[in-house]
Design a protein around this ligand. Sequence first.
Ligand code: G3P
Length: 222
Amino acid sequence: MEIYVDTANIEHIRHAASLGFISGVTTNPSLLAKESPNIDIKERLLEIHKLVGGHLSVEVNSLKADEMVREADQILSWFPEATIKIPMIPEGLSACSRLAKRGIPTNVTLVFSATQAIAANNAGAAYVSVFMGRLDDVAQNSEQTLLEVGDIWDIQGYSSKIIAASIRHPLHIIQAAKAGAHIATVPYNVIMQSLKHPLTDKGVELFVNDYEKMMAEKSKLV
Ligand code: G3P
């Protein structure tokens, strides 16, 4: 399972990219708005792509298919490798299918059920983003939903990629991988949290101390 970073924060992206295991970035209007109201979206997207390369999903803001396609064309004029992120609404499916017919990759977002996921796949989405945290927020078991989607993909042999999104904690990453998601898009803080283990820290401290002790004793011998 690939890991993308789910943010528009340039410092977080820079650090995450330097770790060497991130293969893409997803953004959305809320993540861009969190940065600054003055953000130059085109510049930010180009900067993000320069840092990470790989996948970059950029979301449209309109709710009408014609407008979504127009927005997608504008995004692609800045950045031709963009994956266009489109909300899982009927107009969004229509935009998705029109873009797919032109060979443009889309990421259908805000998917909360297997039936929505099937529709997104059939409309030609290259990626289908199933939201975990927001399902759990309303007491629907996101792991179950993702397992169901993963099973359907296996049975049907669908080629679109499942993205586990709205990841809130490291356990979601494990659940996503076990359910067969191809990608988990993870906020920076959760990525960092998922790398930590107290026994790793303790082990590193012990190795460093023992090495220093050995070097101190060695220096006494010369
Ligand atoms: O990947 C979607 C994500 O940005 C939404 O996360 O935590 O707002 O549900 P959250």
